[in-house]
Design a protein around this ligand. Sequence first.
Ligand SMILES: *Cc1c(COP(=O)(O)O)cnc(C)c1O
Length: 372
Amino acid sequence: MNARIFLSAPDVSGVEERYLVNALRSGWVAPVGPDLDAFEAEIARRCGTAHAVGVSSGTAALHLALLALGVGPGQLVIVPTLTFAATANAVVYTGAEPVFVDSLPGDGNLDPDLTAGVLADLRREGHTVGAIVPVDLFGACAEYTSLEELGVPIVEDAAEALGSSRDGRPAGSFGRVAALSFNGNKILTTSGGGMLVTDDGDLAARCRHLATQAREPVAHYEHRDVGYNYRLSNLLAALGRGQLTRLDEMIARRRQLRERYLKLFAATEGTRLLGEADPGSNCWLTTLVVDPQRAGWTAADLGTWLAARDIETRPVWKPMHAQPVFRGRRVWLTGVADRLFATGLNLPSGSGLREDAQQRVFDAIGEFLDAR
Ligand SMILES: *Cc1c(COP(=O)(O)O)cnc(C)c1O
């Protein structure tokens, strides 16, 4: 029997094992230590930023970024409706309100023109917009050039985009501050973890302070702020350092897989890959978009077919405005996010997918297409 094929399974090797064991033997089994310092420096270099702060998750990174920008009760924060819930949840943690904005059809990222209009509406109504949190969806960087000119602090949700770039700028370098995730299914994993990256030294220091229980630098425990226990552990940072030595290789494998999918679907009427024209994407997940009228079948049909063959796929994120938890929040729609949710399917995209497993996926899709 063949093993189940996952959407994006962790890809770890002997390299990570050596880093982890060395950290364990060094005695730094603590939420701080030399591997954490080194991992922060290495990620900052990779993202082209002056500072990095390792934290326990991407969600924690988003939460601290918003807090450090002064986002809180009475403010609104613009978030793409097409994202993972953590982007919007982090806004709610601060006491601010998320407002949801639709996406561009090409890559599913926040629509900058629509965002400019929403911002003008909200300002006219007298609201304070504390931040905009664009998301680099499935690894493709959003369009920041015009967003950065709107006069509102930008927090880049780069949870899915480590190693990507756009217009010659690396993911993580856009806006005032960016959040990365090292969760188990992300392009680089520490099993669980995240990082803030920024050029703003004061902002980085503020996040570091809040992440370490807001302890003042005195011998007795002194606190002026409510803090959080959000730091990344030294052991997990060591695992991340091992992964980082393999990041380019892992991205190259995902990109090869993307190119194979492109070839496979090139001649299939009514299909396209989301963001297929983006040369800077790390190809974290490859998303097939199916026009059922033209194709004669739906994305869900293919998902069901592959599930029966023990191959995992997943719909595109269900938009936030359609989530019960965010019912009643304000939203500006063009229909793109709803359409991508209805017609998109994330295909197996992991860098650890070996040749025989890839072949199984491509054979199964080929049989599906032949049977139509
Ligand atoms: C994964 C993800 C997060 C959250 O990261 P965690 O490390 O799982 O907390 C936030 N935003 C987006 C877009 C994500 O994909």
